[in-house]
Write a protein that binds this ligand. Structure first.
Ligand code: NAD
Length: 432
């Protein structure tokens, strides 16, 4: 099939590349000229394991192309995916849908035959209805169908998640579209992916409800971890103990910093805002947002407690600054609160991240990027492990640090407290 992805970010690029790998002709469109020029040269704009190889392979065999010309790309395609950003609006909690409607408006100028327009961006329920109205202003309804096909991939695991999804959700009010899209996804369905056909509005809500539920699980175990810290219990035991109950499940039950990234913070807020529009009170999700917002302050206070209120001039090795491992995404990472807090309190921060230095910290006082884990740890008073990269899982602290009083604050509970204590270092984890 001939596909066009509008928006070549995490979702558009990964799904576009994977669809081309499955044998479709795909044009990935973006309004960012630099991004498209770089992609044509084989320069990948994001860190995502396995993505580069797949882009190069499919670009070379000409099934994958890149363009800034939306109109031309839409005309050449049968199915158009919208994968643009839907960030939180400024001064409001609701989703900013301006990029989505702008894309819809541009598509409407280029429809030359029947097209299926699939929205993959995460949007509030009823957005598909509005998108249909935008396109209907220029095009007769019989020439297009608006479908919702939310994306569930995780950054860092995006390709695997796309090829082996737990489920594929397609929301359309027309059976013809369901049939065509099921056919498009048939190579994944034959490998075991469940295909779920719903009404368009239901598909939109499934995505928000999924993210809100996962955010709830994280906040839940984070709060239980707070109690564990006061009662000398290891939260890891609690996670295993409750996670083995099949009704609960063990995933997303790992205590740690506040949840961040490009999805959970904005989607939980947008869901509450959408519910308000429909005069519904989502009190559980409201408290999850509140709990998560408080978490970075709580962890900042904990660092203060660990350093006995003497943060000034302490040398802090901060390992991993993105919102989680295996991504270069800084959006809503808790490091964006923790590092400025430490800098303001007078600490000297040497941070290291496998995906390189970050512009977000350039202007902060005494915050410098280290080129390696060893360089970051050398001479430090405390090591804060903020994300769970494999690179951080077997650090030789004894070799990297001559400081006998080194403190390790393991925010991902990677290390065994007993083993670290045996090395002679002080250990603090989350909820243990
Ligand atoms: N990042 C994730 O892990 C993830 C997972 C599932 C769903 N989502 C959702 O998918 C959507 C996209 O997220 P993302 O992280 O890929 O966003 P992103 O910001 O990485 O990429 C969006 C891209 O769209 C481009 N764009 C915007 N308007 C355009 C237009 N009119 N024409 C051409 N290009 C245009 C932008 O230049 C940008 O490159 C969001 O709604 C997000 O919530 C994201």
């Amino acid at each position: 099939m001939k596909l066009c992805m509008i928006g070549t970010g995490y979702v558009g690029l990964v799904s576009g590349v994977c669809f081309s790998d499955l044998g479709n002709d795909v044009i990935c469109v973006d309004k960012d000229i630099n991004k498209i020029n770089n992609l044509k040269k084989g320069i990948i704009p994001i860190y995502e394991p396995g993505l580069e190889e797949l882009v190069l392979k499919n670009f070379k065999n000409k099934r994958l192309n890149f363009s800034t010309n939306l109109k031309d790309s839409v005309r050449k395609s049968d199915i158009i995916f919208i994968c643009v950003g839907t960030p939180t609006k400024k001064n409001s909690n609701s989703a900013d849908l301006s990029q989505l409607y702008a894309a819809g408006n541009e598509i409407s100028k280029s429809i030359n035959k029947f097209k299926i327009i699939i929205n993959k961006s995460t949007v509030p329920v009823t957005t598909g209805d509005e998108l249909e109205k935008v396109i209907s202003k220029k095009v007769n309804k019989k020439y297009f169908s608006v479908v919702s096909n939310p994306e569930f991939l995780r950054e860092g695991e995006a390709i695997r998640d796309f090829i082996y999804p737990d489920r594929i959700v397609v929301g359309s009010n027309e059976s013809k579209s369901h049939r065509i899209i099921k056919n498009l996804y048939s190579p994944l369905i034959s490998k075991g992916a469940k295909f779920i056909s719903t009404q368009r509005r239901a598909a939109e809500l499934i995505k928000y409800a999924s993210n809100a539920f996962l955010a709830t699980k994280i906040s839940f175990i984070n709060e239980i971890a707070n109690l564990c810290e006061k009662t000398e219990i290891d939260v890891e035991d609690i996670s295993i103990g409750i996670g083995l109950d099949k009704r609960i499940g063990s995933r997303f039950l790992r205590a740690g910093p506040s949840y961040g990234g490009s999805c959970f913070p904005k989607d939980t807020k947008a869901l509450v805002s959408t519910a308000q529009k429909f005069k519904t009170n989502l009190s559980i999700i409201k408290s999850v947002i509140k709990s998560n917002n408080k978490r970075s302050d709580l962890l900042s206070k904990r660092v203060n407690f660990i350093l006995k209120n003497k943060i000034k001039n302490k040398i802090v090795s901060f390992l991993g600054v993105t919102f989680k491992a295996n991504t270069d995404d800084m959006r809503d990472s808790s490091s964006l609160k923790l590092i400025p807090f430490l800098s303001k309190k007078g600490a000297i921060i040497k941070y290291y991240d496998p995906t390189g230095s970050k512009k977000e910290f350039k202007k902060l006082k005494n915050v410098k990027f280290s080129n390696s884990i060893q360089e970051s740890i050398k001479g430090s008073d405390i090591v804060i492990i903020h994300t769970e990269w494999n690179d951080f899982k077997s650090i030789n602290f004894k070799k990297f640090s001559k400081n006998k009083k080194l403190i390790i604050y393991d925010m991902r509970n990677i290390y065994s407290p007993g083993k670290i204590k045996k090395l002679g270092f002080k250990y603090f984890g989350i909820g243990r």
